[in-house]
Structures are given as structure tokens and as C-alpha cells.
Design a binder for this molecule. Structure first.
Ligand code: FES
Length: 85
């Protein structure tokens, strides 16, 4: 299975062991959510900074209401195997 940075609980910042769940908790508790908050709180981005584009994408989708998706609306990867009739 491939790495899915949108999947809840996935570690996004390898250098500082920070998951997207941790980011989400910070953003949900903030009136002005930002990636900078993750740098301040968890150090994300202070080493290789490879995590920052992923956090930026998640934040944008979070602000648009597109992430996280609940299970009822999330795409089911197994639908190709569904049988009809
Ligand atoms: S992965 Fe976040 S600073 Fe390296």
C-alpha cells in the first residue's frame, strides 16, 4: 500500500515525528490555522522541510472542508471489485 498523506494518523514530518492528526488538532484549536504553527509547536520544517508542502496542502484542503473526509464520503478503494446483480 502506498503512503497516503491524507490518511488520518499518517506521519508527515519524519524529522520531528509529527502526524497529520497532530496538525489537525492544532488547526481545529486555532482561529487562524497555519503551517507556521506546526513549526512553532513541533519544529516541523526546521530540518529538511520536506513536510511543509504536504502540511500546506492539508491545510488548504482543511480550510476548504475537503480534508479530513469522513468515512461515509471517502472514496472506497474496493469498489472496482463490487459485483452487480
Ligand atoms: S520532514 Fe519535517 S523537517 Fe524534515
Amino acid at each position: 500500500m502506498s503512503w497516503d498523506f491524507r490518511k488520518p494518523g499518517t506521519r508527515i514530518c519524519v524529522c520531528y515525528n509529527t502526524t497529520n492528526d497532530q496538525a489537525l488538532a492544532v488547526w481545529r484549536g486555532s482561529k487562524v490555522p497555519s503551517v507556521q504553527q506546526l513549526t512553532t509547536q513541533f519544529e516541523c520544517g526546521r530540518n529538511c522541510a520536506m513536510c511543509l508542502p504536504y502540511f500546506a496542502t492539508l491545510l488548504r484542503e482543511y480550510q476548504l472542508g475537503k480534508w479530513p473526509q469522513d468515512k461515509a464520503t471517502a472514496a472506497d478503494p474496493n469498489w472496482f471489485g463490487a459485483r452487480h446483480g
